[in-house]
Every structure is written in C-alpha cells, then in structure tokens.
Design a protein around this ligand. Structure first.
Ligand SMILES: [Zn+2]
Ligand SMILES: [Zn+2]
Length: 410
C-alpha cells in the first residue's frame, strides 16, 4: 500500500462572507416610481409602520424622530418628524426642509435610495410652496376599491396630494376629502393612519359608486390638469437636472412673446387670468401657482412638461369656448361640499354652546342666584355667547326646564 506520508486536507476559508450591513427598518419598495401614480412619502411611512406592525405615530416617535435627532443634529428638523396632531404632515410630501429631512432619515434607516421621488423636491425651484400640497388627505374611492378587489397594495399616490389636482385621471371623478362614515377630514399622516381607511373611525374609504359627473363643465380642464401633473411625476426619476427657477422666468416671457407679442394685458385676457396676477409674475418675479401655470399652459396648448423641461416650445391659442371659467377659489362642487360641511360644523358648535348655557343656568339655580342674562354670561366661557338669539332662547328654555323639574321634585 502506497499511502502518501502527508495527505492533503481540504482547505477551509475562514474569512466571513461579505454581507451588507442590515437596515434598521425594512427596505420597503415604494409603489409606482416612474408612473403618474407614484406613492407619496406619508403613504410610504404609513406602509412602513404597517410592515412593522406598529402605528405610524409609534414608528415616528420611537424610531424616526430619535434617529433624526442624532443624525441631523438639528433639534427643529427632528421635531418636525413628530406627527403631533398631523396638521402639517403634508410637508413630508412637499418641497420643504421637512421633506428632504424625511428622505435622508428614511434612506438611512431603510437603506433604500431614491425616496425623494415620493416628494415634490424635484420641482422645488419651479413651484411655489404655498398652495402646492393639499393640507388634508384626499383620495379616489374608486381607485381604492379597485385595488382592494384586485388584492393590489393599498397606498396613496403623490398625485392626490397636489392641490391643483382635483380629479382622478383614471375614473374622472372628484377626489374625496371627507370620510363617508364620520364625515371628518384627516391629515396626510395621523397617529393611526392606514392607507385606504379613516384614521378617526377606521371606516373604509373606497367605493365603486361612480357619482354623477358633478364637474361636467370643467371636466376636460380638470382631467387635463391631473394628466399633466401625473406625467410630470412620472418623469421625475429620469429628470437628471431638476428644473431651475429660470425655466419659469424665461418660459413665461417666451409664451408672452408668442401669444401677444409681449403685451401683458392682452395676454392676461387671452389666458383668462387677472391682469394684476400676470403683472405680479412679470414685474415682481413671483412664481405662479401650479394651478395658474396649468391655466396658462392649457390656454396656449402647451404641456407642463414642455414648459419645465424643454428649451424650445411652440404654443397656439386654444379656442375660447374650451377655456375653464376662472374663479380664484376652489371649484363650485368643492365649495358646495365645504358649505355643507361648515353648516354641519356650525350645528355641532351650537349644540355644544346650548349645553354650556344649560349647565350655567343649572349651576346658578343651585346656588340660588337668579339666572338672568347677565349672571349666566358671567359663568360662560365666552360672555358674548348670549348675543345670539338661539342662545338667549336656550337660556329661557333651560330656566323653564329647571323650574319644571324643581316643581316635580316638590
Ligand atoms: Zn380613481
Ligand atoms: Zn371616518
């Protein structure tokens, strides 16, 4: 037997294989990047919290805000990572510092890049901050219902957060802002936010019911706006150089020259905007709001994308009949709904004040003080309450009721 004296053994590689450092939070993939329906930052945070089985409020307070405090080294920036009452959480989707802070912090925590595409940061130089993002959450019930039935991921597109977008381009219906169950509005991010559900009553916000077209007259215009903003959002990932302010400062005079040979009043009339507003753009270098920029583009048959991203463009006047009527406020349907909401709110406040007046009358009678108007006013949180005839009547009713009770008890 010829066995080698020193047999060779297999070699072991003792160095550890290279594995990337784990991320603190799941590296959740954002929905719809590169499409008009790209997800918004608050939706991403909501889903991220869901993936960790905690409420968004808990995720923000326990993980994101403390991490921001350490990594940003700026108390104010970190403070903005708290949801609080949710009122200013639209800023996460916007062009503000809050949005860029959220991008930095979440990219570090999830080790996933490109999260700025879930905000409007790409367009920070060309759109004014004021009026860019809706202060309250909006949604298309039909989109939500379709996604639920198709077992698609529930999320909220950035498109819904843009103030100038009033309709869903897929379903051509106005976006909803009030919960169908509790009628409340909600901020973009609340402590208990869940995509597709109301954070107050947990009611489902989707519906397959296609409403009567409440915006017939403005339909083409509203649909066009949603399409234009959607195309812009879809382009964000391939836009290597974010457009600078000069795109507007040079683009508007170019349109002015083509449409009215530089005459500003004629231009204002042609595009259907007030001369003062147009003057502010040219003389005071103010940036037009997205909505007004869209009005100009619509009137001169120019796409928003050509105005913001192309060096050369040609425009031509659209026929007057198709131009949307200009009213500086929200569209009629929205103001009608707002009026209905306000009257419901007024009723609720009135009921609360009536209860306060009744309570004041009860207290006074118990203390053997005559419940005169003056005495009742002294007990109320706001003495002016009794100026309203409804409240004066509430005082009289409360006195009669108390007297009735006292007689019964005798
Ligand atoms: Zn829809
Ligand atoms: Zn609700």
């Amino acid at each position: 037997m010829n066995k080698p004296a020193h047999p060779l053994y297999e070699q072991w590689q003792l160095a550890l294989p290279l594995t990337p450092a784990p991320s603190v939070l799941y590296a959740l993939v954002p929905v719809g990047v590169g499409t008009p329906l790209v997800e918004c930052m608050t939706s991403y945070i909501t889903r991220l919290a869901g993936a960790h089985c905690v409420f968004p409020g808990v995720l923000m307070r326990k993980v994101i805000a403390p991490f921001a405090e350490n990594s940003l080294g700026d108390g104010r920036g970190a403070a903005a990572m708290h949801i609080r009452d949710g009122k200013s959480t639209g800023a996460f989707n916007s062009t503000q510092q809050t949005a860029s802070n959220a991008v930095r912090v979440l990219e570090s925590l999830t080790r996933r890049g490109g999260l700025r595409l879930l905000t409007m940061l790409t367009w920070a130089k060309v759109f004014p901050l004021f009026g860019l993002i809706r202060p309250m959450r909006a949604w298309c019930p039909c989109c939500l219902e379709e996604w639920r039935l198709a077992d698609h991921m529930l999320y909220e597109p950035l498109l819904w957060a843009i103030q100038a977008v009033k309709v869903c381009p897929q379903h051509d219906r106005l976006l909803e802002t009030h919960c169908p169950m509790c009628s409340k509005t909600a901020p973009w991010l609340a402590w208990q936010s869940r995509s597709g559900y109301c954070p107050h009553c947990q009611g489902w916000l989707g519906s397959s019911e296609t409403k009567q077209k409440e915006h017939e007259r403005e339909g083409a215009w509203l649909h066009w706006c949603a399409d234009q903003v959607g195309s812009l959002l879809a382009l964000a990932p391939t836009t290597t150089n974010a457009p600078s302010r000069s795109r507007i400062e040079e683009g508007l005079p170019a349109i002015l020259e083509q449409m009215s040979q530089g005459r500003k009043m004629t231009f204002a009339r042609l595009v259907g905007l007030s001369p003062k507003m147009v003057g502010d753009w040219f003389y005071h270098q103010q940036l037009p709001s997205v909505e007004n920029l869209l009005r100009v583009c619509f009137a001169v048959n120019l796409s928003l994308q050509d105005l913001l991203l192309e060096k050369q463009f040609v425009c031509s006047l659209r026929s007057k009949e198709t131009l949307p009527p200009y009213h500086p406020g929200p569209s009629q349907a929205i103001s009608d709904r707002y009026a209905a909401y306000m009257s419901a709110k007024k009723l609720a406040t009135e009921q609360q004040l009536c209860a306060e007046v009744q309570e004041a009358v009860r207290q006074l009678i118990e203390q053997d003080i005559p419940p005169t108007g003056r005495n009742v006013a002294l007990v109320l949180s706001k003495p002016g309450i009794l100026r309203s005839s409804v409240m004066r009547e509430a005082r009289r009713v409360a006195i009669r009721e108390r007297e009735g009770q006292i007689l019964e008890n005798r």
